[in-house]
Design a protein around this ligand. Structure first.
Ligand code: OAD
Length: 297
């Protein structure tokens, strides 16, 4: 538990097999648990002039764009990130909370943590970054959004920005799952969560134990979703990499697919990452500020 009495997840996940799986390799790191709200986060774009103009040119010239997003895009909505200062990953060791083994050993604790996050996310709204990205893909109807986030905020932005129209072009491929949904740990049946309860929820079809429908460390990603994401990246000539530390694979390899196919990367992040060096342009700033400047006419 954190000092605020909230359960918090563990630190440091890195890939073992970059193509298909995850493995936790480091122990926990203690960090501030304070979540950040939009009004104390926005500090603008560090280099709005030339770099932004170059990035806008790339966007205008692209025929198919894909976006890979991470926790940073939701930071201004009040959803804590994982690894940067103020991030969520602290206090618990990964194996106690977010692994298949943890769920088998102590499903109640794992459920407690995910229910807390579920409740937290339910109180958050999409920010200007989600909305600008949704409008961009709704208008241009190109490759689309791949997200590591499980918070559902891209989906909400897509529906809200589409109004009476179809939101499909801006609906994300959620490669790490969706926290608002349950899934049976035995038969895989997906289901809406029941009312909040202390007991461990069971599958209506097979009686197996239900779990949150998110990828746990040590698990494979859904191969169909990963294939969709990779093929979107392979067909794109521009990959927008937004608010991700780009350290967790296979997601972090998606921009490299666009690059290998001859496309370019634009990074939007408050900090440099391992991808900064290969990005055609790296825009330093908060996604909610930078994305409208980058994507709006
Ligand atoms: P991280 O917490 O690792 O990285 C967040 C990134 O967002 C950092 O690079 C920050 O610098 C940047 N950032 C923070 N605020 C920002 C803002 N307002 N605008 C732009 N950038 C900002 O989160 P992810 O990269 O998403 O997996 O983490 C990847 C995966 O690791 C998650 O999906 C999660 C975690 O373990 C699972 O839970 C399966």
């Amino acid at each position: 538990m954190s000092s605020r009495g909230e359960p918090s997840p563990p630190a440091g996940a890195t890939p073992q097999d970059r193509r298909t799986s995850w493995r936790i390799t480091s122990t926990c790191r203690v960090a501030c648990s304070t979540s950040r709200r939009r009004d104390d986060r926005i500090h603008g774009v560090a280099q709005p002039g030339r770099e932004l103009a170059r990035a806008r040119e790339l966007v205008a010239g692209a025929t198919r764009a894909v976006a890979l997003t991470g926790a940073g895009i939701s930071a201004e909505s009040g959803v804590p990130t994982f690894r940067d200062a103020g991030g969520l990953w602290h206090n618990y060791r990964p194996e106690e909370l977010a692994t298949v083994g943890a769920f088998e050993r102590d499903p109640r604790t794992v459920w407690e943590w995910y229910r807390w996050r579920r409740g937290f996310v339910a109180d958050c709204d999409p920010n200007e970054g989600h909305r600008a990205l949704a409008r961009f893909f709704l208008e241009r109807g190109e490759a689309g959004i791949v997200t590591q986030n499980v918070d559902g905020l891209h989906t909400r932005a897509a529906r809200e920005e589409a109004g009476d129209g179809p939101p499909d072009a801006a609906l994300p491929v959620e490669i790490h799952g969706a926290i608002a949904r349950d899934r049976c740990n035995r038969c895989g049946l997906r289901a809406e969560p029941g009312p909040e309860e202390d007991s461990l929820p069971r599958c209506e079809a097979c009686g197996g134990m239900r779990r949150p429908d998110v990828v746990l460390f040590g698990e494979m990603l859904d191969p169909e979703l990963l294939e969709r994401a990779q093929s979107m990246a392979a067909r794109a000539d521009l990959c927008l990499v937004i608010g991700t530390s780009a350290v967790v694979y296979p997601a972090a390899g998606i921009p490299m697919t666009t690059l290998s196919a001859g496309g370019s990367i634009i990074e939007v992040n408050t900090e440099a990452t391992g991808l900064t060096g290969v990005a055609a342009v790296a825009l330093r700033g908060e996604a909610g500020v930078v994305l409208p400047l980058l994507l709006e006419p």
